[in-house]
Write a protein that binds this ligand. Sequence first.
Ligand code: DGL
Length: 283
Amino acid sequence: MHASVLATATAPVGIFDSGVGGLSVLRHIQTQLLQENLLYFADSGFAPYGGRAEQFIVDRALAITGFLLEHGAKAIVVACNTATAAAIKALRARYPQLLLVGAEPGLKPAAAMTKSNTIGVLATERTLASSKFRHLSEHISASTGVRVLTQACAGLADQIEKGELQSAATAVLVRRYVTPLIAQGADTLVLGCTHYPFVLPLLQDAIRSATSDPVTIIDTGGPIALQLARLLRQHDLLNTSGNPGLLQTFTSGSETALRIALSSLLQLQASIATVAIDEKAIR
Ligand code: DGL
């Protein structure tokens, strides 16, 4: 029997990403679900995932999920579009009973909002190359008639992982990726990677220098938190203890880097443990 079958409402929710990007999802979960205890795993020792082979990401996702379940998680949020595209199927197959929420680029809300009938998707190479994304994109185009443009953002998650949220080098990358989408008529940009909300000011600058028309930016952190709340409620697992939720974090990379990311990105302090997870040992 799986751990979540026996879970209690006070058990924590496990959240993971290739690194600090999932913190952009965690902040929505903390805002919407104040009483939930949270475990956050940053796989920063292996980030970025965006240029990695699919099987590598599947192995990491299975290993990290196993780790979070051993630490009592009642539900898992894959706060990473790349890991969701590569591994959500494998996770569902390994843990059929598990309450699992993934991250997917918000093409549907974008298609509903665009007035130019053209949306642009910023994501990692791995996400855009996945069959999951291809199916989603084809479905949206066929059902709405909206043109879906894609832009792989090599190196951008890496800059954010390094804490370079404002640097000239990051600004150059953002501009390089945003400009062609706007030039081709996109009036709605989908942030298809959970790292990207952390460079929102640079995205807005790049948009402003490309067009004076309004451009909508779609981030899926809020809807992911909403979906988690729905799932927990459905299974009677919402934490209603009355106590504010606690956050415990883990990293496979540098403890200092995660400490800095937590305070600079979210103004948070939390307990941090460094862990080495060997996916081969867990498989
Ligand atoms: N944050 C991840 C995502 O949402 C991926 C970044 C990376 O590791 O390349 O896709």
